[in-house]
Design a protein around this ligand. Sequence first.
Ligand code: PEP
Ligand code: MG
Length: 755
Amino acid sequence: MRGGLSGPRVLLRRLREVMAEPISAQERLDKIVVTIAANMVAEVCSLYVLRADGVLELFATEGLNREAVHKASLRIGQGLVGLIAAEAAVLNLADAQEHPAFSYIPGTDEEAYHSFLGVPILRSGRTLGVLVVQNRVRKTYSEEEEEALQTTGMIIAEIIASGEVLGLAAAQQTVLDLNRPMHVPGVVLSDGVGLGHVVLHEPRVVVTNFIAEDPEQEVKRLTAAIANLRLSIDDMIDSGEVAHHGEHRDVLEAYRMFAYDRGWTRRMEEAIVRSGLSAEAAVERVQSDTRARMQRQTDPYLLERLHDFDDLTYRLLRELMGKEKSSELPDNAIVVARSMGAAELLDYDRSKLRGLVLEEGTTTSHVAIVARALSIPAVGQLANVVSLAENGDSIIIDGESGYVHLRPPADVEQAYVTKVRFRARRQERYRQLRFKAPVTLDGVRIALNTNAGLLFDLPHFDESGADGIGLFRTELQFMIAPTFPKLGQQAELYSKILDGATGRPVTFRTLDIGGDKVLPYLTRSVQEENPAMGWRAIRIGLDRTVILRTQVRALLKAAGGRELRVMFPMISTVDEFIKAKELVKGEQRFLEKHGHALPSSLKLGAMIEVPALLFELDELLSVVDFVSVGTNDLFQFMLAVDRGNAKVAQRFDPLAPSFLRALRTIARKSAEYGKPATLCGELGGTPLTAMALMAVGFRSMSMAATSVGPVKDMIRSVNLGELEALLAPALNRPDGPPIRKLLQDFAESRDIPLN
Ligand code: PEP
Ligand code: MG
């Protein structure tokens, strides 16, 4: 390379001059490719820009046939250029034509060139185009040349992101525009509509100054920022404020590992010294490289670490650019994140939060359950939404259709203002239903309860007009607390809940931690490979009896003189229930001996979440007072689909005959034994699925408070006898038409409201 190590710096300087020239966008791109080709002694330099339709269009070239500009194009994944874009990876080939993915781009006259170096043009980990240099001779490009081209790619990424090249694409096509309105389909996690502005859960820092005036000074700035970063992470770990930020200790340890990684530091220093980048640009460059490399991993553990690495990079950029992550949430905030734990969501100021948008997230994940408990609309599984959104962008979240509208045009916004008004009218209708009983047209009374977990659920419970609280998830108190809640604190919450319920029954579920519900302060000795089937729920309770005993004592004390209902999560064998029951009896005797008032009645139940219990129903029903089906877990274990894994969670329909037959068995057997059976998984929460549950025999359900109105509306319009007659034969025909469709048609033909 001409000029040795100073080559990239010279190139950057020239590019800066080109950027400052008052010329048209096309002229600028043309000059850029000429400059790169000259600096790198390449015979060809070509720039491909990704269009909104997923096609990479040739935007400028030096060396190939210029006639092909804005005519030649490739799809993502097609040819070498398409491969680079698809994998966000560099290709450095001595003979491109021997590569299996090589495909000649007609009209470009590129057949004369053998060596090929192509880099993705990345911005915030997102591919915006591809930059290529080619030579006639067969040679492998040096590492410095790779770096120089990648650095140039960063500058071109900024030009693309600025919108300057928008109008240049071939007729009828548009460049992928980061500022244009976007409608992105996702999966509904929590019903509701929210209008507001994007707040990135992990704010991005936009680097605008790429070129180092004084590289030595930039290295010093970088070194100082890394030292500060390390200190702040050490502090966070040492000071125990971990739990406060909802951050898991593992994550912080991962930060620490990256922060002290010498390879990382070295690569950033090299990017400054060799390529003449500013400290910020060097951090971003190394992030893009690392992201691209790690993204190709399929190991979920490493992918998870990728998020940690991104977060660490943003922290370092904030150090360099002096921007603190603001903890103050603006009004009408719609938080956008890759993924989020339930505890992190609870950390946000609820009075300002209008919605939650996730790249991941499934309907039965706990963050979704908490969003529903908070009545915050949430949509998940929106690929790449974090890269598409900028802090402050206007955004609409439609938790009815599952669409998220980024930077919506005025007419869309207007339509949603109307929709919000319409929804308010519907809510009013549900409020009026509040005092009406959930009775079917043929006179069958269905008990409707709500799922809750925190004190602020009480007003929602009250407004819903539900019969009681069918599932009180006690772990939520533990998840938002910085340390283990003491007996007194637990008893205080339970007592307030019972007060608020004013005599209506409340079923408390003992701690269901483990799985995806982690307590930062309860450290585990081993990392579990399958936490959902690991040490969780009643298993922890029976192993660490102090935890369960303390909770049971708190419950018994809180319910002195009142009715108490307690159930145990994740019971796998009848024996586990018996052990838990004995523990409760022991606590009862203890309190009695010490003169405490005991509950006026005590009912103990088991959650049916593990399929094995289906084959021990007789024994189980002989010892319990009631059962409650946790369909979220039961479905995950029966179908072997991880409820939190967006790739598979939606793969099977719970309204399939196999699962409904299992539920029917539970309902029938419980009736035979005269033991009440209720159901508290998310399946009870939509009118359509609730119809199926009633048809297989459930007369009691528990759901998010916001679901009570819509489900009651359905119940009051349905004839249960007719519904049963419709479903019974369908359950015996696994090859028949989908039950979901049958129910939809049934509802439509009888004007049964489904939302
Ligand atoms: C369930 O599994 O259906 C349930 C209600 O419990 P959770 O969602 O809290 O695991
Ligand atoms: Mg469960």
